[in-house]
Ligand binder design. Structure first.
Ligand SMILES: C[S@@+](CC[C@H](N)C(=O)[O-])C[C@H]1O[C@@H](n2cnc3c(N)ncnc32)[C@H](O)[C@@H]1O
Length: 223
């Protein structure tokens, strides 16, 4: 099975518990991280935005409070179903579509801003994903897990994750999903390494990053 198939089936399977488990697993902090992320995007006053790997649409809905035209895409049909359901309940104008980041169905530079929160780590070809995100947008914002630079803190954090995250595997009945979360967070390139990969695969000149919670996650912005 390819990584893309594994990831898509996994998110289809956990979609009904995704929001609940996110809140519990992060002890609610993901909401704060996302707010900070969206505030950064809003600073540039985009009129159109594309939220990729949108999941159940958290970022898309938050963006739409000040960005008039927002589209969310994800390749998990079940996640998009939940996002569409949420849109209906909120009477939201956000458009949702099933699509793969590696082959986005949009024109070059169609969006003022593109965002992706906790999604880029899951894309089968990171290079192809970044090329597509850069192609369709005038600015790009990425929120993703990484590794704290302080070695002691990093060791403590990943040991803690290994202790309590398997519990969520039991709840979701997809233990491999949460094993995957730890393994992929521990090895995914972060900080300067990720900025270098962004430079190689996009045409953005101005690329910056900010650590969140000492480097558990990072926010990258590119213009
Ligand atoms: C951890 S969830 C993040 C959801 C949401 N952005 C959030 O922050 O809560 C990762 C999402 O990435 C999606 N995804 C992974 N690879 C993708 C790809 N190649 N194209 C589109 N979506 C993808 C998955 O289906 C899943 O919904």
């Amino acid at each position: 099975m390819s990584k893309a198939d594994f990831v898509r089936v996994m998110f289809n399977d956990i979609s009904h518990k995704y929001d609940f488990l996110n809140d519990v697993l992060s002890v609610g902090t993901h909401r704060w991280w996302k707010k900070r992320f969206v505030n950064l995007i809003k600073k540039n006053n985009p009129k159109t935005a594309l939220d990729c790997a949108t999941g159940t649409g958290d970022i898309a809905f938050m963006l739409n409070k000040s960005v008039p035209e927002v589209t969310g895409i994800d390749f998990s049909e079940n996640m998009i179903e939940f996002a569409v359901e949420r849109a209906k309940k909120q009477n939201s104008q956000v458009k949702f579509k099933v699509a793969d980041i590696q082959k986005l169905p949009f024109e070059d530079k169609a969006f003022d801003a593109a965002s992706i929160s906790f999604g880029i780590r899951n894309v089968e070809s990171l290079e192809m994903g970044l090329k597509e995100l850069g192609r369709v947008s005038k600015s790009l914002y990425i929120l993703e897990f990484g590794q704290p630079k302080n070695k002691l803190y990093s060791k403590f954090y990943f040991s803690l994750l290994r202790l309590y995250v398997p519990l969520f595997g039991l709840i979701s009945k997809r233990g491999d999903a949460y094993e995957y979360l730890i393994a992929s967070s521990e090895s995914f390139p972060s900080a300067e390494k990720f900025v270098d990969i962004m430079k190689k695969n996009t045409d953005f000149k101005d690329i910056n990053y900010t650590p969140v919670f000492g480097g558990i996650a990072y926010i990258y912005s590119a213009k």
